[in-house]
Ligand binder design. Structure first.
Ligand code: FES
Length: 113
């Protein structure tokens, strides 16, 4: 369980550290998206400040390391060193408003480069 869906503001994002890895959730136009917090460029976490996953306008997911931009709806990189690659999308279920993800949704990945 990550949190209640109402704890993520529309147009905002929130990061979570789980035993199996880091993920973040964002809400855009009342739709929720969850991704592994791992940039496809070097495998690093995307944010330098807690929960700061979006660009200044809140339009795109941004990697703080080398400035890659990703589409919130698909996780596809549209600008930056990993152009064309995508963030790892994580399926979820809502149970009474609680965001639930299955353990098997989190892949076993190698350490960052
Ligand atoms: S680690 Fe994300 S753009 Fe380089």
């Amino acid at each position: 369980m990550l949190c209640h869906i109402d704890e993520i503001p529309d147009g905002g994002a929130r990061g979570f550290s789980l035993a199996q890895g880091k993920v973040f959730a964002l809400k855009k136009r009342q739709k929720l998206y969850i991704y592994l917090n791992r940039c496809p460029h070097l495998g690093l976490p995307l944010e330098w400040e807690p929960h700061a996953f979006l660009d200044a306008e809140g339009l795109y997911i941004k990697c703080a390391n080398h400035g890659a931009f990703f589409l919130p709806e698909s996780g596809e990189c549209i600008q930056g060193p990993c152009l064309g690659d995508s963030l790892w999308s994580i399926d979820y279920e809502l149970v009474n408003g609680l965001i639930m993800i299955a353990e098997e949704e989190l892949p076993a990945l190698p350490a960052p480069i």
